[in-house]
Design a protein around this ligand. Structure first.
Ligand code: NAP
Length: 257
């Protein structure tokens, strides 16, 4: 039984893209809150496994390439085999391709849309079929947390497929909430601001863009993957049982400007 509303003791979480960056930060935050965590990755997530296990909970690695929907059902089955259930799904894996819109290729369009939007939907569907099919002993609800972006709200520059995919994540978050709320599943999203990870390495290295970004962030710094963890714990917990279809910005104040 959870000691308080944010406690995830006994929960089974599944985090995609858990080997690095925001996915690693979220996996560790869920573990600190007491959840066992299945780490979905296409590259060895042993570092994250060590960090999760150091919190005294279980970690389970599921190797999968999320550029197609082929592994979605297997990911759920392997997690259920390891932990007996899936209580929490965090759809974090994502990619970005940068090019002027005039020159943007179909390959860069499809690659980003497949990982960021198509697989996010079909993995959510596979997990939601599991969640809506169970009868939880304590009446606890399933939680799906999607990782959106500032470009769920804004247009961005030189990232057309990324903007399309993350705007789509915002819409799908609301659609899934509308359909699954009455079936015992909460679906929400986190929109990170500018977080220092591989995803933003090009921006961090570009002196002009880096300065422009920093000037606009009221907090005056890039975010760290750990900054996203608290919001992920909240939206994964019973504290968020009545929160549906919400896109929670964790951006150091970027959108407030
Ligand atoms: P990251 O360090 O590049 O992490 C992305 C993760 O997704 C990595 O684990 C990556 O695996 C995984 N991934 C990508 N394609 C995959 C595939 N085909 N199969 C399996 N895993 C795959 O960047 P990040 O910033 O932490 O990004 C995490 C999420 O946050 C993404 O959805 C991103 O769009 C979003 N986001 C980031 C920021 C930011 O400022 N950093 C802002 C808003 C939203 P590999 O390591 O093997 O590539």
């Amino acid at each position: 039984m959870a000691a308080h509303a944010f406690d995830l003791t006994g929960k089974a979480a599944l985090v995609t893209g858990a080997n690095t960056g925001i996915g690693q930060g979220i996996a560790v935050a869920l573990a600190k809150a007491g959840a066992d965590v299945a780490l979905v990755a296409r590259r060895d997530p042993s570092e994250t496994r060590q960090l999760v296990e150091a919190e005294g909970v279980r970690a389970h690695i599921v190797m999968a390439d999320l550029s197609s929907i082929e592994p979605c059902q297997r990911i759920v089955e392997e997690t259920v085999a390891a932990f007996g259930k899936v209580d929490i799904l965090v759809n974090n894996a994502g990619i970005i391709r940068r090019e002027d819109a005039l020159d943007f290729s179909e390959e860069d369009w499809d690659a980003v849309m497949d990982v960021n939007l198509k697989v996010l939907f079909f993995l959510s569907q596979a997990v939601a079929r599991h969640m809506t099919g169970w009868s939880s002993q304590d009446g606890a609800r399933g939680k799906i947390v999607n990782i959106a972006s500032m470009l769920t709200f804004q247009g961005g520059i030189r990232v057309p497929s990324y903007t399309a995919s993350k705007s789509g994540v915002g819409g799908l978050t609301k659609l899934m909430a509308n359909e699954w709320a009455a079936k015992g599943v909460n679906v929400n999203a986190i929109a990170p601001g500018y977080i220092a990870t591989n995803n933003t390495a090009a921006l961090q290295a570009d002196e002009t863009r880096n300065r422009q970004i920093m000037e606009r962030i009221p907090e005056g710094r890039w975010g760290d993957p750990a900054d996203i963890g608290g919001a992920a714990v909240f939206l994964s917990s019973s504290a968020a049982d009545y929160v549906q279809g919400h896109i929670l910005a964790v951006d150091g104040g970027w959108l407030a400007r």
